[in-house]
Design a binder for this molecule. Sequence first.
Ligand code: COA
Length: 417
Amino acid sequence: MNQRIGIEAMALCVPARYLEMEDLAQARGVDPQKYAIGLGAKQMALTDPGEDTVALAATAARRLFDRHRIDPERIGLLICGTETGVDHSKPVASYVQGLLELPHDMRTYDVQHACYGGTAGLMTAIDWIASGSNAGRAAVVIAADIARYGLRTPGEPTQGAGAVAMLVSNDPRLLEIDRPAMTGMFSDDVHDFWRPHGRREAVVDGHYSVDCYLEALDGAYRGWRKKALERGLVRWSGGLASDGLAHVAYHVPFCKMAQKAHAKLRAADLAEVGRPLDPEAEKMEAVRGARSFEAQVAPTLVLPSRIGNAYTASLYIGLLGLFSANDRALPGRRIGLFSYGSGCASEFFSGVAGPDAASPELKAEIDRLLDSRERVSIAEYEHWMNTDPVAPPTLEPRPGTYRFAGIDAHRRLYLRG
Ligand code: COA
């Protein structure tokens, strides 16, 4: 039996503070247009030590359970995709299980492969349900990370943080994933981005990482397209195969990356169609490409441009932004998704937006979360960046959120607001 499987509901957690990119540009003596236009960044989320990856993940999960009144007994699998956990052994997922007082009869674990970990978790949850091992139960997949590159590094303007919690089930009210086996994959052993043990800040060979991302996209997209054409999900019919996707959400380490990615995707289609690209045709494709970016991709960048990179969560923050736009035309339309994790692993997959994909309630909640954030000065930003991560400030958690509150002997303590 071909079951319907996908994302039933999603919830977001963003840090309570953010930095305006214009302030950062001024402080670093950089033309603000480089960040705004060159990287596509407006604001960047900033954590303090109380907002560690566990606190972000647990807050997103709490919101998911509360807003959708999820019976914890429904859940048989809890996966957290993260590359910024708080311990080499104890997973973020087990902290979340404890903080939310979830039942014991479930699998809990973290998945790590740079920014791809959330997608690895989502695919595992989908396969778990499809196999029947779930015995009627649903999964919660959380993607949560804090992207840190360090002060005055080229990566500094591409930091950020956030968490997205997803309920994955046989009732895909947000996104029904196209399956079975409808994904394209590309992985390779490359050294584009890494974070050696003991370091808080990632190290990145920035320009090379962009090339690795684009090569992976080309491979994964061609793999997906072959299957999608065979199954009639998209067709050439006078245009490009990717025209059959209403939207494409890409992994966004910085928003401009999605622009490069979309051009690469269209180039992969154009190469297949074999159109001669004389200068006139090239000019026309540039116009078509810009239009297609505005229609297919720009709506997925609204949230990432205000949050910055959140590693595993970035793709799903983009998707959530699309769902929170309250676009009445969205339900029933097909969306492409590209997940990339440095190192590298990547996947292109697709799904059809469900009936809850346009919801004024979701829009109101996301607006409220972003509007309640506090803007910090450069001095405050640098203060938080330099603060010892295990000496959290004694701030009370806001209602509905969790905060790391220090270490008692060997145990990390969390407070709930
Ligand atoms: N006005 C408008 N645009 C400007 C500008 C200005 N004044 N100055 C520069 N730019 C543009 C550049 O042309 C460039 O655009 P392009 O990429 O389309 O060519 C863009 O801004 C970035 O400039 P660049 O000189 O390449 O920046 P950089 O060397 O400081 O590095 C990154 C940019 C993205 C490589 C760097 O921030 C980084 O390493 N970030 C982390 C990358 C990452 O997350 N990788 C993981 C991949 S998943």
